[in-house]
Write a protein that binds this ligand. Sequence first.
Ligand code: APR
Length: 308
Amino acid sequence: MRKKITVIGAGNVGATTAQLIAKDGLADVVLYDIIEGVPQGKALDIAEACPLWDSSVFVKGTNSYEDTGDSDIVVITAGFPRKPNMSRDDLLHANAGVVKSASDAIAKTSPNAIIIVVTNPMDAMAQLAWKTTEFSCRRVMGMGGILDSSRFRTFLAWELNVSPEDIETIILGGHGDQMVPIPRFTTVKGIPVTELLKKSTIDALLKRTSSGGAEIVGLLKTGSAYYAPAAAVLQMVKSIINDEKRLLPCAVYLNGEYGIKDLYVGVPVILGKDGVERVIEIKLIKEEKALFKESCASVKKLIKKLAI
Ligand code: APR
């Protein structure tokens, strides 16, 4: 049977995600939004591109959760993006209402779905979606680390004048400003970047990475990043739909792993057809441990504010 993926929120991130899924022919796509006409119009436009992409998936836009029923994957992008000088955390209360209502609806209409949360502040929103749906934590996760990693890979590739494809890295912790990079596990085809670049250069690239979202908000002025976020979601969707079992940094529920309990935060996981198949625990050195703890504490603060 053909797979079905719903994208909640037909804005920049949602519509771009729907486009990538349809272009790759991964599954039928339902694009949902509260604004009348927008999901329908964008879905129709994407559907009309499918013949040119040799893709035979079905794409539909809707304002009704009924149409999203029995989805295999639901991607939540609904909510407000940042404006200049706003942090992701400033979006907390406005976006919590949106994510909660979407999660309530998904729990009723797609009780077996795997949920990927993109709405910011993403780690807290993933925890909220999990609490609201009461799904197994294996089926609720957030997208953040893949995007942070991709930004770092881009800046490293430019600095070293090598292909970003050859750069591997892993980023833990809360998304964006709170990320915890692991330079000693960052390599160019297996060669640690610590052998290739000075610490001060790596630190400068990491600083640009952690404020990578804000850099784009500052340039766009009326919205936040969406091409790379959507591409990061696609990597997760592909790993789940094709049961690829890729090792990807995602925000998942920690229940003792890394010494953290009852919190959604970014760690490396294996993603397959059942969602989060396992959390990969790497041994952190003292400084990394301290940064990770600090990052978890910031996410925990948001969870406290949400009182969930
Ligand atoms: N249900 C469904 N859709 C909603 C709801 C809701 N309750 N509330 C808002 N939306 C829709 C809006 O109508 C809009 O179409 O969410 C969409 C958001 O789109 P954009 O404003 O373009 O925002 P986008 O750039 O896509 O970012 C969405 O992802 O990366 C994060 O920080 C970003 O939290 C933000 C989210």
